[in-house]
Write a new protein. Structure first.
Length: 216
């Protein structure tokens, strides 16, 4: 019986983007339910009943309702025969979690739009404060990620096939481009990005492919 995923997401949400990539890599069809962050849909009573944190994404699959992008990806890996989102070895699994957390737990939280807005509110600054904040922490975080990748063989973050780490990296690079962060000096990151962006699973998950929700 074919599995279908119902994904409550926002097109530019990094966490949603990660899960879209993972679902595509596992060839699981997606039914989208857009939740517009800009109009506050994630704070509605209906959505909070689905996800009490009011965060994206929420995934409905296998009769379950799942939240938190990395936990979702690990669930999909564990329940999909043949999945390679995590390696078989304990050392390999540690490595993928290390790389994934370096983005999802270090760069992403401090660069969340709500955090940046709070900084603007506290400082009384304008958009230039927001941009400077984003560029500083994204650049710093990706620089550390590049060093973590080191001289490991690619072309992906870990070997010759995409894993959960690549599901995290590509959305973060999308955000880097949005905020004008120069990533040209990151050789290994660039190599992994080129390998990923040659695959339909990544291309089809891109925000431009999914599209913005219609205006109300």
């Amino acid at each position: 019986m074919e599995r279908t995923a119902i994904l409550f997401d926002y097109w530019r949400s990094s966490a949603s983007y990660r899960v879209r990539i993972a679902l595509n890599l596992l060839s699981i069809p997606i039914e989208y339910r857009p939740v517009n962050l800009l109009t506050g849909d994630h704070r509605s009573a209906v959505y909070l009943d689905q996800n009490p944190q009011g965060l994206l994404p929420t995934l409905e699959i296998d009769g379950k309702r799942l939240t938190q992008s990395l936990a979702i990806i690990e669930y999909l890996h564990a329940t999909t025969p043949g999945s390679k989102l995590l390696p078989d070895s304990i050392d390999g699994q540690y490595r993928i979690r290390q790389l994934s957390d370096a983005i999802a737990m270090e760069i992403h939280p401090v660069c969340n739009l709500s955090v940046a807005q709070r900084v603007v509110d506290l400082t009384g600054g304008g958009d230039e404060v927001r941009v400077d904040w984003m560029r500083h922490f994204i650049s710093k975080g990706l620089g550390a990620f590049e060093r973590l990748l080191g001289a490991d063989e690619g072309p992906f973050c870990f070997g010759n096939q995409p894993t959960m780490a690549d599901c995290c990296l590509i959305p973060q690079l999308y955000n880097a481009e949005r905020w004008g962060v120069d990533t040209s000096g990151f050789r290994r990151i660039g190599e992994a990005a080129n390998a990923a962006n040659a695959m339909n699973a990544f291309v089809d998950a891109h925000p431009d492919a999914v599209g913005a929700p219609p205006a109300d």
